[in-house]
Structures are given as structure tokens and as C-alpha cells.
Design a protein around this ligand. Structure first.
Ligand code: COA
Length: 707
């Protein structure tokens, strides 16, 4: 991208606006946009443009952009049919416009990609940037500017929405109004031909009015830059995302286990997690999180207490806490000291603090106040079931009082279950900004997201003080191996070439040698030491076991000779035309925990790495996790912990802990190979056998695919 392009600030804080296609006809999009700009209280200059001239909404209409006697318009909104857009963009260049918001449909979304690209290139050549096309516009609270054709009465607040879907974006404006969520901006990005999420987040993360960013995404265009921006942004502000289009196309096109396991959706979810972004499933969930995170203070520590008048809801809440990673304060001595006097003898102070079914709002008050004021308690979950002493009327005012008094001090969520009166009370309290829900999971998920942010920020600051390990990889050697395979016209590396790549990266593989006859096989086996494994080496046989090309656990000379003959015989039968380079004799590695490390070039995110439970059943078990390549050990450690079988690495049934550090080293090195050798499309170490802590790992087999 050119560096003479305008600062994104002008898009959010324009001083002068023009609307090309401004229409006097009520009901037309070109009318609604000008009306919204005027009614939103925008204080800058507005130039409506229409060849018919005249006047609208108290503004005089100019017949063309060239007629404006004013240069350097910050934002031009274009609302004319697609076929006239390019010409209008050329006019914009003449008046030195900075940003163009192209509302019109009819570009790449219907296959007209070439013209869309030409427009962007022209705009960049003339110092302009494009929002859209195919959008409903932009609202920016900072400029009091609603340059959209969505609803007119957007309330100002602290949530920014970036949306790829227009219709859904407009609907979300309505929903935020119902939920009393104020917006600091909403930006429709449509085809994102030029400006995308990353550009906008860079501005929003520094915008003091924006406390939470919410993205609705359908597809990713410049994934690697997005990751970079998100990782920095989430250390400052929470980001919530919804992504639709859970496509399996990527998996279908894949050539390796890693590829087929890399369903586009899991890669997206895992990478969002790596970036510290909260992925929501529904709009309601996303807006709940946005509202909570934008209006409540963050926790300052891990200790949470549940206060409840019902054992059942307390247990449900404890389950939800486990699901959302909330730590229940379990220092019994402190809990007893703080709550024993406030809880009846038949209640419980063993968090959940059960103040029992007879608890009145006064009893709640005493326990909640204690929790809010206790220095070792950092967050509160307050639950209630409707009883004769706790009805809709009694709880409303007390909860509101707590919220007003303490919301800026400690995060607290409320969940009350009951009949019509409780529901009415909840609706009233929600309208007053209290994070209260009738569903326990809904309320606890909000607090869970606040905790994820809390930890994300902590890890980020911890990480800055740590030095990353330096890895030496012989990239020249790897390049020459790849070049040779390409010269031979192959899209994969042979086993010994894969082994050479691993050696160049310092990844340990079993000792081995390619032999040309039974005698050499025997001498090699003796050199390596029994037992050995033998494998066919042929560019024409990719799936060796299918061809009878593998023999395991060979204990002596005789078994080596027999295996040699059996392998040659089996492979000739399997593919009589196969060119046989030789037979590889390999050290048989001792058993350990079989894992898999993979890497591939993802169409959306660029190089990604995978870790999981290895062996022949990986595709069935599908216990894997993904990350964008990184050298950050913390992030990779998070990737390891994500798989269900992680406890196997910690040692189960009396086994020792496995060498997790050695696994992390291999994952980092695999990522580095992918990053520096773009000709590699897929790389897979399966199994990567992990031994006890300190004993390292061994990559038994490696498959490398190239372009
Ligand atoms: N400069 C200035 N005004 C121009 C112009 C130009 N080069 N070319 C045309 N106009 C005027 C027209 O005369 C018309 O004015 P009028 O209302 O006074 O007659 C106005 O601009 C609009 O042109 P028109 O041809 O009537 O188009 P339209 O209003 O029917 O549709 C769009 C224009 C952009 C709304 C339509 O092409 C479109 O793309 N609709 C889909 C928008 C959408 O859904 N976007 C995605 C949302 S998420």
C-alpha cells in the first residue's frame, strides 16, 4: 500500500462531507443518508451532489463535485448506480477527496472484481482510500456523523461495530437500541476492497470513546495483517467477533492430515483465541458481552464468589464458572471469617455462599456488601430464586443500589430466576445498565470474558519481560533440497529429503540410511543396532504401508534379508512401474506418547501450525489445535493445553510428565520452516514421539509437500 494515503482519522472525524447521488426524493437511499447526516448533528460542511441541483433539507445541492468551490473533502459518500462509480471516483480525485464510502452494490460480490480493483488502484494512485463498496455507510459518534442509510437515532456510547454484512449491521443498530448499548461507531465494510477490519481496529484501539470492538465477519482477506493488529489490540481493549460461513472447502482441497483436519472454522476459532478475541455464537451473546465489557470494571484478581439463596442454582453457576474459566475463591478460612456470621447455620460458606431459601433482601445485602468490600474477593456472582421473601418488588431496588455503589469498584453479575415479577424486575434493571440475566450461563459468560481479558493483558505484559529462545535453522540447505525436488518435477519430498530438512532444523529423527541391497541393509542395521525398521524409498509410492513397503521390529540379519525381499516383492506387485530408489533402514524408536505436529499455508491466515494427539487415528480422533505461526512459547503452550488429551502429556496412571518444552521447540521450528520456505505447502511430523521430561522427542515420520 502507498504511503501517501490519508490518515484513517479523517474517515471517523471528517470536517467536510459530500454525498454524490444526494436525492430530494424521500425514500431513496441518497435522501436517507443526507437526512441522517443532518439529523445526527454533524457540525462540519455538507455538500449534496446531484446533476439536477436545487435544495434539500436546507442545503443547496451542487450539480457536480467540480462545482464545489472547496477542495480536500475528507469523506465523499457515493450513492449512484455502480456503472457511474468509476467516473465519479475520478471526479473525487480532482477535488483531492481523502475517503470514499461507496454504498453501491454491483462489484466483486456479483463477480465484477476487475472494476473494483481498478477503482482501488486508481484511488490509491490519487491519495484516496475506499470504504466498501456494497455498504450502508459509517456512523462516528466523535464527529456526530451518521453517514448511513440505517436508523437515524443511534445512541452514543462505547461499543464500536465493524460489520461485513450490511443488512445485519442495520439490524444490529436496532438491537443495540433495544438493549440500551451506546455506539461509538458502526462501520459497514462490505466487499472490503481496500479498508478492512485491521485498518479500522488500528484507529479504534486508540479511540478513547471506544471501550469494546465488535466485528461481524464473513470472510478474511488479509489474515496475516489482521492477526498482527488483533494481537496488539486485545492487550488494550476487548474484541468480540461473530463469524459466519463455517465452510469445509479448505478441508476438501487438502492433501495431508493437517489439511483435512484444518476445517476452516476451527482454524478461525483457534486463531481468534490466540489473538485474545472472544468468539460469540449468537448476536445476543455477542451484545451481552459487549455491553458488560464496555460498562463494567475489569477484575483485579482471580478470586470470585457466588452468593445464592438456592443450592441448585449455586451448583449450576459453579459448573458455568468451570466452563468459562472463572476461579472460585476456595480459602475456607477467609470465607468463614467473612461470611459465617451472615449465613444461617444450615447454609454454607464453602463458595457458593448459600444464604438459603429463607434469605431476605437484607440478608443478601449483608453478604454482597461483605463480598464487595473484602480485599481478597475480586468478583461476584449474585444469584437468586424467587421465594416468598424474595419477590420482584423487593430485589429491584437493592440490586440497583449495589450496582450504582460498586459497579466501578469490582465486576459483579446477577442472575435471578422466577416468574413474571422477577422477569419485569430484570427488564427494569437491564434498562438501568445492571448486568442481570434470567439465564445463569448468560451472566457467567460475561464475567468469563472479563477474566479472559484480564489474563490476556497479564500474559502480554509478562511476555514483554521474557527473552525468546534463538533457533538456528539452516535455511539455505532446506531451499536447495526443495529446489532439487522441484527440478525433478515433484510436489513432495522423498523420505530422506524430509529427514535432511529436519536435520537442517535440528529436529531429531531416528538414525537411518538408504541402502541399495541386502548386504548394505545388514551392515547398516548392525551399525544402527537392532531392532530396526525398513521402508521403501520410491517417488512413485506415497502410501508405503498400502504397498507392503514397511517392515517393523527386525531383530537380526535373517529378518533384515527376508524383509528386504518381501518389501521389493510387495512394491513391485503394487506398482510394477514404480521406480525404486532403495530401502531405508532405520532405528526403531522406543515407544512414547505419539503426537502430531503439522503446518500448512492457510488460504485466509497464511502459515498456520497444528498440534494434536498423533498416530494413525488422528483424523478420527480430531484432537488438534491450530495457531498462526509464532515463536511465543506462551501461545504455543496454550495450544498444547487446548487439546482434550493434554493430561496425557502431564503423565497419567503413574507415567512421568512428557517433554513439553521439546514439543514446543519442534512446533516453533516447524513454523519457522514454513515462514521462511514459502514453497512448502504442507509439513507433517507424525508421529512425533514425546518422551519423559528431559528426554526429548523424536519425529518418526515426516511428510513435506511443496508447490
Ligand atoms: N452524480 C451525482 N448524482 C448522480 C449521478 C452522478 N454522477 N448519477 C446519478 N445521480 C443521481 C440521480 O439523478 C439520482 O437522483 P434523483 O433521486 O434526484 O433522481 C440519484 O443520483 C440516485 O441515482 P439513481 O439512478 O436514481 O439510483 P438509485 O437511487 O435508484 O440507486 C444505489 C442508487 C446506489 C442505491 C443503487 O445503485 C444500489 O447500489 N443499491 C444497493 C445499495 C445497497 O444495498 N448497498 C449495500 C447495503 S448493505
Amino acid at each position: 500500500m502507498k504511503n501517501n494515503l490519508p490518515d484513517i482519522r479523517y474517515l471517523f472525524e471528517p470536517k467536510k462531507l459530500a454525498v454524490v447521488g444526494a436525492s430530494s426524493q424521500v425514500g431513496k437511499i441518497g435522501h436517507s443518508i443526507v437526512k441522517n447526516i443532518v439529523e445526527s448533528g454533524y457540525q462540519g460542511k455538507i455538500y449534496p451532489i446531484n446533476p439536477k441541483g436545487g435544495e434539500m433539507l436546507g442545503l443547496s445541492i451542487h450539480k457536480s463535485l467540480s462545482e464545489i468551490n472547496d477542495c480536500e473533502i475528507d469523506l465523499v459518500t457515493l450513492v449512484i448506480p455502480a456503472k457511474h462509480i468509476f467516473q465519479a471516483v475520478k471526479e473525487c480525485a480532482k477535488i483531492k477527496a481523502k475517503f470514499l464510502s461507496i454504498i453501491s452494490s454491483g462489484f466483486s460480490e456479483v463477480g465484477n472484481t476487475k472494476e473494483e480493483m481498478e477503482i482501488v488502484n486508481f484511488a490509491h494512485d490519487h491519495g484516496m482510500r475506499i470504504l466498501g463498496p456494497n455498504i450502508f455507510g459509517i456512523y462516528s459518534a466523535k464527529a456526530s456523523m451518521n453517514a448511513t442509510f440505517g436508523p437515524s437515532n443511534i445512541s452514543k456510547g462505547h461499543v464500536s461495530i465493524i460489520t461485513q454484512s450490511g443488512a445485519l449491521g442495520i439490524a444490529m443498530i436496532g438491537k443495540t437500541q433495544v438493549e440500551k448499548i451506546g455506539l461509538s461507531s458502526i462501520i459497514s465494510i462490505g466487499n472490503k476492497s481496500d479498508i478492512d477490519e485491521a485498518d479500522l481496529i488500528e484507529y479504534l484501539v486508540e479511540d478513547p470513546q471506544t471501550k469494546v470492538i465488535f466485528m461481524y465477519m464473513e470472510g478474511i482477506k488479509r489474515g496475516e495483517r489482521l492477526i498482527e493488529v488483533l494481537q496488539k489490540a486485545t492487550s488494550k481493549k476487548p474484541i468480540v467477533v461473530i463469524k459466519s460461513g463455517r465452510s469445509k472447502r479448505g478441508a476438501m482441497a487438502a492433501a495431508s492430515h493437517t489439511g483435512s483436519l484444518a476445517g476452516a472454522d476451527q482454524v478461525f476459532s483457534d486463531i481468534m483465541e490466540q489473538c485474545g478475541v472472544h468468539r460469540a455464537t449468537t448476536i445476543t451473546e455477542a451484545l451481552d458481552w459487549c455491553k458488560f465489557l464496555s460498562t463494567n470494571t475489569r477484575p483485579k484478581g482471580e478470586n470470585c464468589v457466588i452468593i445464592t439463596n438456592g443450592g441448585g442454582v449455586g451448583v449450576l453457576a459453579a459448573d458455568a464458572c468451570e466452563q468459562y474459566g472463572i476461579h472460585l475463591f476456595d480459602d475456607l478460612k477467609t470465607l468463614e471469617c467473612a461470611f459465617l456470621e451472615k449465613v444461617p447455620s444450615f447454609g454454607s460458606v464453602k463458595n457458593p455462599i448459600d444464604i438459603t431459601g429463607g434469605a431476605s433482601m437484607q440478608d443478601y445485602k449483608r453478604s454482597i456488601e461483605t463480598a464487595f468490600e473484602h480485599p481478597d474477593i475480586h468478583s461476584i456472582i449474585c444469584l437468586g430464586c424467587e421465594t416468598a421473601v424474595l419477590t420482584g418488588e423487593t430485589f429491584k431496588n437493592t440490586i440497583l443500589e449495589f450496582h450504582k455503589k460498586y459497579a466501578h469498584h469490582k465486576p459483579a453479575v446477577f442472575s435471578f430466576v422466577g416468574g413474571e415479577n422477577i422477569e419485569k424486575g430484570i427488564a427494569y434493571l437491564r434498562s438501568e445498565g445492571v448486568p442481570i440475566f434470567s439465564d445463569i450461563y448468560q451472566s457467567i459468560s460475561c464475567l468469563g470474558k472479563a477474566y479472559s481479558d484480564f489474563r490476556n493483558i497479564q500474559t502480554h505484559s509478562d511476555h514483554h519481560s521474557k527473552e525468546d529462545k534463538i533457533y538456528h535453522i539452516k535455511l539455505d540447505k532446506i531451499s536447495s533440497i526443495i529446489k532439487k525436488a522441484q527440478t525433478d518435477g515433484r510436489n513432495f519430498l522423498l523420505a530422506h529429503e524430509g529427514k535432511d530438512v529436519m536435520e537442517a532444523a535440528g529436529i531429531s529423527m531416528p538414525k537411518s540410511k538408504i541402502t541399495k541391497g541386502p548386504a548394505e541393509a545388514i551392515s547398516t542395521a548392525e551399525e544402527i543396532g537392532y531392532p530396526v525398521v525398513m521402508k521403501i524409498v520410491s517417488p512413485d509410492i506415497l502410501h508405503k504401508s498400502d504397498a507392503g513397503g514397511i517392515a517393523l521390529d527386525l531383530q537380526n540379519q535373517k529378518e533384515v534379508i527376508d524383509a528386504y525381499e518381501a518389501i521389493i516383492h510387495g512394491c513391485k506387485n503394487y506398482n510394477p512401474q514404480a521406480k525404486i530408489t532403495g530401502i531405508e533402514v532405520m532405528e526403531m524408536v522406543p515407544p512414547g506418547t505419539e503426537t502430531i505436529v503439522g503446518g500448512r499455508y492457510d488460504p485466509s491466515f497464511g502459515p498456520v501450525i497444528m498440534f494434536g494427539l498423533g498416530g494413525i487415528y488422528v483424523e478420527v480422533i480430531k484432537d488438534v489445535s491450530f495457531r498462526s505461526i509464532t515463536t511465543d512459547r506462551n501461545q504455543i503452550s496454550g495450544m498444547l493445553k487446548k487439546i482434550r488429551s493434554y493430561p496425557l502429556l502431564l503423565g497419567v496412571r503413574g507415567e512421568d510428565k512428557k517433554d513439553i518444552n521439546a514439543i514446543i521447540d519442534v512446533i516453533i521450528k516447524t513454523g519457522m520452516i514454513l515462514k521462511h520456505c514459502p514453497q512448502i505447502t504442507d509439513i507433517e511430523l507424525n508421529p512425533l514421539v514425546a518422551y519423559d521430561e528431559g528426554d526429548g522427542v523424536k519425529a518418526v515420520d515426516v511428510r513435506i509437500m511443496i508447490q
